[in-house]
Design a protein around this ligand. Structure first.
Ligand code: PLP
Length: 441
């Protein structure tokens, strides 16, 4: 009731726009991250660490668009380069542009395993291309993913994989047949992965194992130390390709991504978010030359070529934005600075939780900060029941996203906070004061 009253009093313009949106847009919102029901907020301006809504309320922005902006929102030096590009050739021509080459070369500099890079329109498309390339290159059919992992919304690797027909949000509309050759395993269970790969050998073998290297849903279930290296070994033993989905971690954990962070080299890497520097359209796949050559028209094991594409794929605007953002992130040390802000935020939240003995848990991978409520006191990540306790209660923090917003902090569904280079100590401390006010209530 308290926050409903806040919304009525302070967010009238957002409320009016949301009401109009319902007349023309299904459910009144185009973007899942904006769902924030029942009190959607509409943005007027974003810059650095802050957002301003239509009513003029100012917020610290830990949503950061869902992760693509390690430099902070609407970073001026990148924006200027994008405007120059728009003035010279507009956003898209369909012809080769030097920024395509510059971006691919820069990615290779940061991630040597990405010998060839194909720019696409989204992380979802990057995953689709990786799966198709792996099947074409290996001549095998089966794909293995980890439970709880999000790899976009294509049919074959959908979130909540084994639940078509249950009416769940992600599975509705997907025929069970689309998932016949996709297998899902519990997070962290290397033995089960070995056994599954053995079993699939009897049925033509596995084309690829796809993982989020920090753990499914980008670290909600953190990967155990050594897990990625173990998956690499198992893939090698079975002739399966290892695909790292670095849509979240790519360039955010460091310019070398999670593959640099863990020292494990995948065959293919999927990109999204940061690869276009916070601009649309952000996605792609890269990796070993022999595998990536399936996109060049070379013959695959099965003697086939792989088609991927898109009218706006690799448009000069996305490539220019990605190139200048990545170069600027490298020059400024943005991933490390954003990571230090994440460490400070997590430590501050930990102190607030301990001071009030709240049933929350927080942890971070650099600038990817998790905050979950378990409903159980003093639960830690090492507790064997951690995820069982967490699962049914995750929604609680979703409801808290509005409470955080009313106190001046925007989060991703109340449970994920992306920090950026713009989050100075002062910004983080201002956010912690807001969290303290919510926790006090
Ligand atoms: N993979 C991961 C790990 C993601 O977090 C996401 C999106 O959040 C995707 C893939 C899909 O990327 P996109 O939203 O660009 O389609």
């Amino acid at each position: 009731a308290r926050y409903e009253a806040w919304y009525e009093r302070h967010a009238g313009a957002s409320k009016a726009l949301a009401a109009e949106a319902e007349q023309y847009i299904p459910g009144g919102v185009q973007h899942n991250l904006a769902l924030n029901e029942p009190w959607p907020l509409a943005v007027r301006a974003a810059e650095g660490a802050y957002l301003t809504d239509l009513d003029g309320n100012r917020y610290i922005d830990f949503l950061q668009a869902g992760g693509p902006t390690v430099l902070g929102s609407n970073y001026a030096p990148v924006r200027e380069k994008v405007l120059e590009l728009l003035a010279s050739c507009g956003p898209v021509t369909g012809m080769l542009h030097e920024y395509e080459v510059k971006l691919a070369r820069l990615i290779h500099d940061f991630m040597p395993a990405v010998q060839r890079f194909r720019m696409l329109g989204s992380g979802t498309e990057g995953v689709m291309a990786a799966v198709r390339a792996a099947r074409a290159y290996t001549g095998k059919q089966h794909i293995v993913k980890i439970g709880g992992a999000y790899h976009g919304w294509s049919d074959q690797v959908v979130y909540g994989l084994r639940i078509p027909g249950t009416g769940s949000l992600e599975a509705t509309g997907i025929p069970a047949g689309a998932l016949e050759r996709t297998h899902e395993l519990a997070p962290g269970d290397g033995d089960a992965l070995g056994a599954l790969l053995d079993k699939l050998e009897q049925d033509g073998g596995t084309a690829a194992v796809i993982v989020e290297p920090v753990g499914p849903e980008s670290g909600t279930h953190p990967a155990a130390p050594g897990y990625n290296a173990h998956v690499r070994e198992l893939c090698d033993r079975h002739g399966a390709l290892l695909v790292f989905d670095e849509v979240v971690t790519g360039f955010r954990l460091g310019m070398g991504g999670a593959q640099g962070y863990f020292g494990v080299t995948p065959d293919l890497t999927v990109f999204g978010k940061c690869v276009a520097g916070g601009y649309p359209a952000a996605g792609g796949v890269g990796g070993r030359q022999q595998v990536m050559d399936v996109f060049a028209g070379g013959l695959t094991a099965a003697g086939q070529r792989v088609f991927v594409g898109g009218t706006l794929s690799a448009n000069p605007l996305s490539c220019a934005a990605g190139y200048h953002a990545l170069a600027e992130m490298d020059r400024t040390g943005a991933p490390a600075r954003a990571g230090a802000a994440g460490d400070r935020l997590r430590a501050g939240l930990e102190a607030l939780i301990a001071a009030r003995d709240l049933p929350y848990v927080t942890y971070n991978f650099g600038s990817i900060v998790h905050l979950h409520t378990s409903g159980v006191l003093h639960l830690t990540l090492d507790d064997p029941d951690f995820f069982a306790e967490l699962g049914p209660r995750r929604d609680m923090l979703g409801h808290m996203s509005t409470a955080f917003a009313a106190e001046g902090v925007i989060t991703l569904a109340g449970s994920r906070l992306y920090t950026s280079m713009a989050d100075t100590d002062e910004v983080v401390d201002e956010a912690l004061a807001a969290f303290a006010r919510v926790f006090a209530q």
